[in-house]
Each structure stands twice: as C-alpha cells, then as structure tokens.
Design a protein around this ligand. Structure first.
Ligand code: NAD
Length: 485
C-alpha cells in the first residue's frame, strides 16, 4: 500500500510558520484500509487556539492584508494556487490515505479543485468594487456603501472532502481581506500540512492563515473565542445546531453547511441507462459520504421493479477496494465509527421491513478495512428511518410514486433541503420539477457544483451560501457612509 510521507507531524502552522504545540498531546492518523495507525499529528489545546486566533487578529489589524488593493491580494492568492497546484497529487494521496476516498476522485476534488477555486476568487475580487456611490433618499446627498472584510474567521471542516470544503471558506475569506483560523476534522488533519506548506511557499503574509487541530472540543472553544468575528462551518446538523446556538448568543455571523437527504426524481420519460449511470455518481460519490447525495430514489410505480433491478446491478458492479487503486469506485468508509453507524442503518432498514436487493453488509472476500458494500433497499416508504435520516454511506432507498405531484411532495417531505436531482429526457420538464423542490441546489440529469454559483441548504441543511459572489459576500460586511452632497 502507498502511504504519504511523512505521516507524522509534530508542529502546528500558526503565524506563518511551523511551531511547537503547547502540549505533547497527539491525534492518531488511522488508515481506513488497514485499520492500523499510520502516524500522529499534534492535538491542539486551548493555548494553541489562543495563539492561532492572536496571530490571525494581529494579521487582520496590522499586516495590511485587509487594506491591500484587490489586485495585490489576487497576486498573492494566485501564487498560493500555484504552490497548491505543485502539491495537488500529494494532497490527493494524503486525503485518500486518511479517509478512503477513491484516488480518481481525490485527484480532482481534493487536488485540482481547491486550486481552481482559489483562482476563481482571486479573479473575482478584482471585478467587484469595494465602494459604491448611491444617491441618497429622501434627503439629498450621496451614500458611499463600502464592502469591508468581516474580520477573523473560524473555518471548521469535516472529513469527507477536507481540502475542497476548507477552500470553500479560505478562498473567499482571504479574497475579501479576512484572516482565517482553520480547524480540520481530526480524521483528516494530515493533508492540511500540505496546505500550510503551500502557504509558506507562496509567501502568504504571516498570520493570514493558521491551522489548529483537534476534535469537537477544540472546535467549540474556537467558535466561542472572543477573538473570532465569523464562523464558517461544514458538518453534521447536530453540531451545526450547537454552533448556531453559540453564535446566536454572541450575535456572531455564521454560515452552516449541514446534512442532507436529497431525492432523485426519475420521470417516466427518463432513459434508464443514462439515469442509472448518472446515479452512480449522484448517489454514491465518495462511497456515499457526500452531503448532497440523492439517496432517496423516487421512481414511478409502473417501472419500479425494473429500476430496482437496474440500480442494484449498477451498485453491485462498482469496484470496491484500495482507495489508491485507479480502478476503485468504492473505498472503505472513513472510520470504524462510521462503518458501524452505516451497518446499524442497514439493520434498521431490514427491521422496518425493507428488502436488501444488493449489498447489506461487508463486501464478500474483504476482511480488512472499514468497508460496506453498496446497498440498495426496496419496499420501504418515505416515512421510514432510511428515507428520513442522513446515513452518510453507500445505502440507497428506492421509493415508488404515483404521479409527479406526489414525487415532488415526497421530495419536499424531508427535514433537509440540500441537493436533489431529476432524471428526464426533457430538460424543460426537469427545470419545472427543479422549480418546485424545496432545496438549495438541484440537478437536471446531473449534479455538478459550479464555482460561480451559490451552494448551500434550506431547512436543517443549513444557513447561508458558499461559492459564487454570494460566497464572497458572506465574508464582507457593508458600511454606509452618508455625505451631504
Ligand atoms: P461533524 O459535525 O461531526 O464534524 C465536522 C467538524 O466540526 C469537525 O472538524 C469536528 O471536529 C467539528 N465539530 C464537531 N462538533 C463541533 C462543535 N460542537 N463545535 C465546533 N466544532 C465541532 O461532521 P462530520 O462527521 O465530520 O461530517 C459529516 C457531516 O458533514 C454530514 O452530516 C454531512 O452531511 C455534513 N456535510 C455537509 C456539507 C454541506 O456542504 N452541507 C458538506 C460535507 C459534509
């Protein structure tokens, strides 16, 4: 098996350099493929978080980052993108080693995509005015509306797409002139050292980006830290609710990108081969550990058995194995905890009367690694636990519907509203369905995020938007200056 060298790190990236942590506490780096510990990283304590927030505050106040002309910040961000590009493969390998993501996916999502996103925001800031003059009303005069950086940002990322989801926050925050303290998930800390090395290499001013390590307790301390001006969080709805409560109490702006239970609506005119091929990505990307997966597949009753068979055959044919193997489509789940959680949902589906049409447990012939075979359930309804709760693994539920109105009602009958897809041979019909689904984003015969357009959730899937100009605005606050003439 390939491993990333070095798998052990002993320092923290704070104030523009690697420095010794305040304690000797460490976090293990566990391979989800071998279930063995393959290294350690330091675990931050509160003194480390204080030092990182101090460094970010100092950089915000006096490094000149916030007041620098946009073109100058863009030049530095493009250098940062160059330095990351040079390390794209090693970042992708690090992520696959840590969380089991198939390497063909991590090369794009975790290697190339963060570079693209950084360049997108570097390009965008030059096109948007910092100040805009408006004629005042009702009194005569002019108002200058300024867009100012919100300040020091706490960016908290999950383990499923650690590099790109961190960059969803870092790129617009830095572009806006903010400074950042990033806390990756404990399962995926190692790859963030590649980010730190690129920041040093690019000459990012010291303290503009800092990284602390650790789990929920470190995150909680960071969220409530008096030196933080804004929190940007991606993770579970449960943690998001807690963070939202703290930020509400502190009147602290917060962006929450949370869980999902999105629906794929298969219309009666869909081409079955294209649809089922598309669902392999729209429903099972990253072994189902992707927030916007269409995991409830809604199919007209009259073609239900045909689709159950086709979806089951697709899921059964996906190659399972070593995430660093080019042919792998389904890797191990990130951790033992995650595997057990997914297996317990499968048991729940069975207990609720569902039929497992493929999968249903560990894959045959694999006795090591946190693997769960892609699993398809039929015979459940939209009120079942499997149709309502986010599983975050390779488990799909195929549900029958009578007509399009009922399909849309079922799609909307969810606590969540993050993604969703419709499958049809008529794009206009698909767009009509998209207009009626209560969600933050939706795909017609595909689901691809767009760097230039907002992404985020409604209902329990979150508050606020990332990506696009809207994602930049989340790191700016306006100030209105009233002039007499
Ligand atoms: P998680 O909520 O357990 O952890 C996410 C991050 O938050 C980690 O860094 C963790 O250490 C930290 N954290 C946990 N509790 C915290 C608290 N109370 N205060 C501060 N920080 C805290 O989620 P996870 O298991 O790492 O990730 C999976 C979840 O993320 C799924 O629910 C998934 O849907 C969601 N997700 C959402 C999106 C989106 O864009 N909406 C994208 C990817 C993942």
């Amino acid at each position: 098996m390939t491993t990333v060298e070095p798998t052990t790190r002993t320092e923290l990236f704070i104030g523009g350099r690697f420095r010794a942590p305040a304690s000797t506490a460490t976090l293990p780096v566990i391979s989800p493929l071998t279930e063995q510990q393959i290294g350690t990283v330091p675990e931050s304590i509160t003194a480390d978080v204080d030092a990182a927030v101090d460094a970010a505050r100092t950089a915000f106040a006096s490094s000149g980052w916030r007041s620098m002309p946009a073109a100058e910040r863009a030049t530095i961000l493009n250098r940062f993108a160059d330095a990351l590009q040079a390390r794209a493969d090693s970042r992708a390998t690090a992520v696959s080693t840590e969380n089991g993501m198939p390497i063909t996916l991590s090369r794009f999502a975790e290697g190339a995509a963060p570079v693209q996103l950084l360049r997108y925001y570097a390009g965008l800031i030059g096109t948007l005015p910092v100040e805009e003059r408006r004629s005042s009303q009702p009194m005569p005069g002019t108002t200058v509306v300024r867009r100012e950086p919100v300040g020091v940002v706490a960016a908290i990322a999950p383990w499923n797409f650690p590099a790109i989801l961190s960059m969803f926050k870092i790129a617009p925050a830095l572009a806006a002139g903010c400074t950042v303290v990033l806390k990756p998930a404990p399962e995926t800390t190692l790859d963030s050292y590649v980010l730190a090395e690129a920041a040093i290499d690019a000459g990012l001013p010291e303290g503009v980006l800092n990284i602390v390590t650790g789990g929920a307790a470190v995150g909680e301390y960071l969220v409530a830290h008096p030196g933080i001006d804004k929190v940007a969080f991606t993770g579970s709805t449960a943690a998001g609710r807690q963070i939202g409560r703290v930020c509400g109490e502190m009147i602290r702006p917060v962006t929450l990108e949370l869980g999902g239970k999105s629906a794929a609506i298969v219309l009666d005119d869909a081409d079955i081969e294209t649809t089922v091929g598309g669902l392999a990505t729209a429903s099972l990307l990253n072994t189902g550990q992707t927030c916007y997966m269409s995991t409830r597949i809604l199919v007209p009753h009259n073609i239900y058995p045909t689709y159950v068979d086709a979806i089951s055959a697709m899921a059964a044919a996906l190659p399972i194995g070593d995430p660093l193997d080019e042919n792998t489509a389904i890797g191990p789940l990130v951790s033992d905890t995650q595997r057990n959680r997914v297996l317990s949902y499968i048991e729940r589906g069975r207990a609720d009367g569902g039929t497992v049409t493929t999968g249903g447990g560990a894959p045959d012939g694999i006795d090591q690694g946190y693997f769960v075979a892609p699993t398809v359930f039929s015979g459940l309804d939209n009120t079942s636990t499997l149709a309502r709760e986010e599983i975050f693994g390779p488990v799909l539920t195929v549900l029958g519907y009578r007509d399009v109105d009922e399909a849309i009602a079922m799609a909307n009958d969810s606590d969540y509203g993050l993604g969703g897809t419709v499958w049809t041979s008529d794009d206009e019909r698909g767009l009509d369905v998209a207009r009626r689904v209560d969600t933050g984003s939706f795909g017609v015969n595909t689901f691809n995020l767009d760097w230039g357009s907002p992404f985020g959730g409604v209902k329990a899937s979150g508050i606020g938007r990332e990506l696009g100009p809207e994602g930049l605005a989340a790191y700016q606050r306006t100030k209105s200056v009233f002039l007499t003439a």
